[in-house]
Structures are given as C-alpha cells and as structure tokens.
Unconditional design. Structure first.
Length: 271
C-alpha cells in the first residue's frame, strides 16, 4: 500500500452501500492481500469472505450489500492488539481499491457470524466488516449514528501524546518527524470513537498505552479497546515505514508513571 496518510484521512466507516457487487478483479485483489497480512506480534489472523444470505448474517445498521469479511485469531496473549493491526491493514487496503468498510462488533448477530467463521474453542472473532461500494447518500440511521458519536471529530494532539512523561503534553512542533505518524494515530477509528490510545515519546522511542474508557473494562472475551490500540499501532507503523524510518517493535515497559486506568501496550524504537 502507498499514500497511507491519504488512505487514513479519506476513509470513513461506511454502512450504506450502492448495491453493486464487488468486481471479480477487486475480489481477487482482496483475497490475495488478506492471505499475506502480517502483524508485529507474529500472530496469524485468518480472514474469510461471507455472504449474508448463505450464512444468515444480519446487521441492522448496514444496507446495500450482502458481503462481509470476518477474521479469527487464537486466544493468546496480545491477540486483540494483533487482530486490530491486521484487520486495519485489510480495511486500508480495501480503501485503496475504493471499497467501503465498517468495523462491526456489537451491531451484528454475532452467533451467526461466529458460526460462519467456524471458530474452534481456542479462537475468537472480535470483529467483522461489511464490504461494498459506497452509496452517494448515507441512510438516515447512519447519519444519526455518526452524529451521536461525533465520528468526524478527534481529541486534540496534545491530549493524546506526551513528551517524556504523562505530565508534559507533546506539541506537533516538538514531535518533529513523528508528528505525521502520530497524527495518523489520532485519526484511527475506535469503538464508539473513544480514542483510547495514548503515547509517550521518550529517548527516541514511542511508548503506546491504553487509556481505559468508563464502561469499557477489559475482559477475556472481547476487549475492543485493545483492538483499537492494534489499529493505532498499524497506522503508526505503516506511516513511519512509508516515511523511510525503520521502527523496531518491542514490548518493554519503560516504567513511566501513569494512573491506574492506563495500561502499557508496546513501543517502537526509532532507528
């Protein structure tokens, strides 16, 4: 993929499609791409194209398409983050083909989707997405949903990113060459637009944290905010690579003091 910044800024969640079937060419490209998606955790995510009529899939917020992609992953440490990273890779690639997507977690008949994915006992399907070409006009329901969660708004840069410690907000000017990658993190999609990512830039490294939102406590079944962090890591990683930097992914807690609602996730050391 190229032009990550353009893909990130131009993409939005699409719930209203124009009814056209995905072309054979686009379908082949998607299938080839999703067979080779990697994430920094080295945990495999398996993707599957699913037809709504064939599998009895229902999602009341989606209209104009019968095609979905689900993803499944083993229940292992860091699986949610790895899933978010890999699934966002697929979402951005679909965007590059002009195909609309929307992260689906709680608005679908989950048992049917999980059955279609043929989950084993040690696997999970955190999310799926519908696929299709975007309609010229949103449905009333979609417009109301976007307005309710302020889908086109993001927290200020200085509220999400910090310089050395959580006591010192990081400005875009002070971020230097990291300003663009962090801005792409800022524009990442998240469940109900809670934007739970935080990052501290310290000693040529960027340390990522999860800031738990009220009512989004983590649990073993579906930790959507850890999926969100995986999306943010994807945006950062792809952007710094496109800019010619060579990030090294590590899971080494730097010990930066933080409150109890904040959890260390991972870091990128910039070489």
């Amino acid at each position: 993929m190229e032009n990550i910044k353009e893909l990130v800024k131009n993409r939005r969640s699409v719930r209203t499609y124009d009814g056209r079937v995905i072309t054979a060419e686009d379908n082949a490209k998607l299938c080839a791409f999703m067979e080779n998606i990697k994430n920094p955790y080295g945990i495999n995510v398996q993707f599957k194209l699913m037809n709504a009529d064939e599998h009895g899939l229902k999602c009341p917020v989606v209209v104009g398409t019968d095609l979905y992609i689900g993803g499944k992953i083993k229940r292992v440490p860091s699986a949610f983050e790895a899933f978010g990273y890999s699934f966002e890779m697929l979402v951005l690639y679909a965007q590059s083909l002009g195909i609309g997507t929307v992260w689906l977690g709680g608005t679908m008949n989950r048992p049917a989707y999980e059955a279609a994915m043929e989950l084993s006992e040690d696997e999970m399907m955190p999310c799926a997405t519908s696929l299709g070409y975007t309609a010229n006009k949103m449905s009333l329901r979609e417009s109301m949903m976007r307005k309710a969660i302020k889908a086109d708004e993001r927290f200020p840069f200085e509220s999400l990113f910090f310089d050395g410690s959580f006591d010192v907000p990081l400005t875009e000017n002070a971020a230097g060459e990291l300003a663009c990658p962090l801005e792409m993190v800022r524009w990442a999609p998240s469940a109900v637009n809670k934007q739970p990512w935080r990052a501290v830039v310290q000693d040529n490294a960027v340390h990522f944290y999860l800031k738990r939102s009220s009512g989004f406590g983590g649990h073993d079944k579906l930790d959507m905010q850890k999926v969100d962090i995986g999306i943010a890591l994807c945006h950062f990683d792809l952007t710094v690579q496109e800019l010619g930097m060579k990030p090294i992914f590590v899971e080494e807690d730097p010990g930066i003091p933080h409150d109890e609602s904040t959890v260390y996730i991972a870091s990128y050391r910039m070489e």
